[in-house]
Write a protein that binds this ligand. Sequence first.
Ligand code: GDP
Length: 406
Amino acid sequence: MEYLILAVVIAVVAVAAISGLVISGRKKKRLPPPPPSSPTVTAPPAEPQVGEEAETPREEPRRTIEEVDLPGAPAATAEAPAPEAPEVPPLEVPEPTAGRLVRLRARLSRSQTTLGKGLLTLLSREHLDDDTWEEIEDTLLTADVGVAPTQELVERLRERVKVLGTRTPEELRGLLREELLHLIGTEADRSVHTESGVGANGEEKPGVVMVVGVNGTGKTTTTGKLARVLVADGKSVVLGAADTFRAAAADQLQTWGERVGARTVRGPEAGDPASVAFDAVKEGIAESADVVLIDTAGRLHTKTGLMDELGKVKRVVEKHGAVDEVLLVLDATTGQNGLVQARVFAEVVDITGIVLTKLDGTAKGGIVVAVQRELNVPVKLVGLGEGADDLAPFEPEAFVDALIGG
Ligand code: GDP
């Protein structure tokens, strides 16, 4: 009997012990939930600014599982402190283009001293003998006016001064003004053609401008400045970085574009410039832009190489429709070299307008005359400094007035 009682007690204790183990085991499994980890809040992309969509699409920031908002779940941002949105620089408002040459006229001071003042001083001499006329000729040649235009000008001036007899400074200034204007020409159409038209497939096509020239002349800078000119005139612009030869050119152009909200289409470094140009116009059509500006590479290694490259870019772009303007950028400080370049480029593509850069750094403003004569194409824009708005539409009257202090 005692054995029986003992057995029962042992059994009860054993059962209790086993069930206790199970319970404690369950308890171990049911750990208290960890404190909720605070959600990492991804800042929403900053409010896009006008034209910001012009950039390559932003990569969505990677979001971890905790960050994904569940339907119906309270917004994670409700309680968490909002991190600061990345600063997006505001778009710049370029200066209006009207009257830029007048505003920048002081930049022509070196040409003014050599050409304008030099001529006026010589013409004011009491006796205009052969030696003086020779000096006048030399002054014009030094300022890069070119041989034939110089002779023409001197001939006309000689004739008119003879007729005039006595000369007051005002009369002389008026005379010189007229003759310089005659040489530069006031009739040419100097507008940059950017009107949209009908594309190859009947769709509306933006105005297409190709910018060509030797590297170093200020081609990319000019393309960027021109984008600003167009934006200032109320147009939307797409840039094509088809200078795939110079590594930094695409970045440089993109920076110009971003400042005024113009998208830049670019390709791989050393990629095919023609395909970048083609894509840029395609993009321009897709986003109904007003103008597409294409920056090209200007390697003058061989004329054939240049011809192949630029010719191809133009042909490929023309698959979308006509190119409206081909602007040749020339560095005014390079004098005769610039004229040689002009000749080569003119053989390769049909130049429709000239941009003379760095006129602020030279006394050779007469190059305006020489280069127009050389190509029979008008100067349409002039670069007068490194500032963003230092590109001015070329106005013969304002230019001549700046030279002779009108
Ligand atoms: P690219 O190789 O022809 O594309 O030449 P860039 O556009 O890079 O310009 C070459 C240099 O010329 C840069 O330092 C520009 O700031 C400078 N430049 C361009 N236009 C002008 C101008 O009108 N005046 C002056 N002073 N410098 C200019």
